[in-house]
Write a protein that binds this ligand. Sequence first.
Ligand SMILES: Nc1ncnc2c1ncn2[C@@H]1O[C@H](COP(=O)(O)OP(=O)(O)O)[C@@H](O)[C@H]1O
Ligand SMILES: [Mg+2]
Length: 178
Amino acid sequence: MIQPVHPNHDSEPPTPGAHRRIPLADATATEALGGQLAAGLRPGLVIYLQGDLGAGKTTMARGMLRALGHAGKVKSPTYTLIEPYALSRLDLYHFDFYRFEFPEEYLEAGLDEYFSGHGVCLVEWPDRAAPHVPPPDLVIQLDPAGDEREATLDARTEAGRSCLTTLPPLPAPPAANS
Ligand SMILES: Nc1ncnc2c1ncn2[C@@H]1O[C@H](COP(=O)(O)OP(=O)(O)O)[C@@H](O)[C@H]1O
Ligand SMILES: [Mg+2]
């Protein structure tokens, strides 16, 4: 059987600016990245914060909230499911679904309303509410790297991609020796 050939599709590069990897040497660096991303937050954005327990998800959320002008505590929503913040520029809802035993608990808790509004939704442990939790514009994955962490940012929509444009540009690759 003759296979159709689509060389352009096969070699299509990933959308520019949709994917970034950033080393985070300590918790201050994690907060600082959150602060940089805060500048790109827009109403209605859904951001998944992924990574194991202790990966730095809540630390990243704290950095965003501080940069948006929240001066008080940033509590982990592990027990409350949601911590809402009314900030001067936007509303932000911080979720943590770690304690869900069944994804349907997301529906029972009536949380869908938050996702259909104008707030920014930051979600820790979104997989525990899948497939009910709405899909993300941006996925922030945090992984251990020795005592440090590495963030992988993956924009899934145009809105997510424009959030990443607020980050400093990547360092230029080293010049090739001639
Ligand atoms: N880049 C980093 N390097 C080392 N430790 C970090 C880093 N980012 C955060 N931490 C620390 O990791 C611990 C867990 O952070 P937390 O944000 O509560 O994790 P999670 O919400 O993912 O469970 C905290 O003590 C925090 O200070
Ligand atoms: Mg947490």
